[in-house]
Design a protein. Structure first.
Length: 113
């Protein structure tokens, strides 16, 4: 939970706005943001409780930057206007595959296409 003032008459940001903000979170090892990498599997917005929930994965379960990426994701979402609560759910299924989940530009940067 955050201690910021919430205007109950205002809505929380749209899914598209949330994705745009999350583009600021970058994997420090490969320098690609978590949206283009496809690490965000699902975004849920709860207007009534002013909550944002995100299902995200990491490039590998042993990702050395996992805690940093999860922390940055939580912090950036918690700063969004009219968001009271943020939940980050780390998921491992489906297994992240850059050929399936990453954007075309990320695949190019990774040398996959």
């Amino acid at each position: 939970m955050t201690d910021k003032n919430i205007d109950e008459t205002k809505t929380i940001p749209s899914e598209e706005e949330i994705k745009n903000v999350l583009m600021a979170v970058e994997d420090p090892e490969i320098h690609i943001n978590i949206i283009d990498l496809g690490l965000i599997y699902k975004i849920e917005r709860d207007e009534i409780n002013h909550q944002v929930s995100v299902d995200m994965t990491l490039t590998t379960p042993a990702c050395p930057y996992g805690p940093q990426l999860l922390g940055q994701t939580h912090a950036i979402l918690a700063r969004l206007p009219n968001v009271k609560d943020v939940k980050i759910n780390t998921v491992w299924s489906p297994k992240w595959d850059p050929r399936v989940h990453a954007s075309e530009s990320a695949q190019m940067m990774l040398g996959l296409i």
